[in-house]
Ligand binder design. Structure first.
Ligand code: NAP
Length: 254
């Protein structure tokens, strides 16, 4: 089981203040990694880091707004200042702020979603990738969505961004594996009980409709996405590259 040992690995997790990212950050902390938790809400990040430390782990947080380039570069700078390298990058932060007809989407709405869900992960891959290239080792995990594999009506920017993220995963996986020993993979969660889906889950009609399409007939828990991230970051996954691990209770299979 040593291959599930993350002792002294440096892991950057975006969107670590809550939801799936928080669960992933806590799990890496428990598994011995040094965790860099990034998001906007410092009060929540502070709690996550304290929880990691209370469980015997290490880490710190970096406040960042992924709509700002300088905040993205700051995550990398702060991590290098503290730990000297980045081993694992989990591009988890994402938003889905609206559900509306495609013909009514404004350019501002489009750009915000593309920015946080696609451009920010690219910039982080690029900057963390430079460090991983120097170290000739790295693991990148992009948290996409089943919405990157199929079309969700009224979520055009979200689906396009997640589909783009899956495609970015493949391009980087092809470019960086042989020469630099960096694997790049994605996770595509189905419907998970977090703030992101709170609005949908609050509606009985929408919930019933979603669960009807989900063979397991319940929403997933953030913790149920963690195993996929740990696997893809581990030594077990050395030959797993450019792929997408679907964690959706069977939604895509039905
Ligand atoms: P969530 O509970 O809403 O959490 C989103 C995280 O992203 C928070 O930590 C938030 O932190 C951070 N974030 C949002 N905007 C940001 C910004 N501009 N700058 C920096 N951080 C930002 O969502 P979740 O459900 O855990 O989702 C995590 C990932 O899984 C996302 O990429 C999402 O698309 C994907 N996913 C989720 C589901 C689902 O059903 N929940 C399904 C498929 C895919 P702050 O607010 O503190 O900044």
């Amino acid at each position: 089981m040593d291959r599930f040992n993350f002792n002294d690995k440096i892991v950057v997790v975006t969107g670590a203040s809550r939801g799936i990212g928080k669960s992933i950050a806590l799990a890496f902390g428990e598994a011995g990694a040094n965790v860099v938790a990034a998001a906007r809400k410092v009060n929540l990040l502070d709690k996550v880091v304290k929880e990691i430390q209370a469980n015997g782990g290490n880490g710190f947080y970096v406040r960042c707004d992924l709509t700002k380039d300088e905040d993205i570069f700051n995550i990398v700078t702060k991590t290098i200042d503290r730990y000297g390298r980045i081993d694992i990058l989990v591009n988890n932060a994402g938003i889905s702020p609206w559900v509306k007809k495609s013909e009514e989407v404004t350019i501002e709405e489009w750009e915000e979603v593309i920015r946080v869900n696609l451009t920010a992960p690219f910039l982080l891959c690029r900057e963390a990738g430079k460090i991983m290239i120097q170290n000739n080792w790295g693991r990148i995990i992009n948290v996409a969505s089943i919405g990157g594999l199929v079309g969700f009506p009224r979520q055009i920017a979200y689906c396009v961004a997640k589909g783009g993220l899956l495609q970015m995963t493949k391009v980087l996986a092809v470019e960086w594996i042989q020469k630099y020993n960096i694997t790049v993979n994605a996770i595509a969660p189905g419907y998970i009980a977090t703030d992101l889906t709170a609005g949908m889950r609050a509606s009985k009609k929408i919930s019933e409709n979603l669960l009807q399409r989900t063979p397991i007939r319940r929403f997933g828990e953030p913790n149920e996405v963690v195993g996929a991230a740990m696997y893809l970051a581990s030594e077990f996954a050395g030959y797993t590259n450019g792929t997408v691990l679907i964690v959706d209770g069977g939604w895509m299979a039905s």
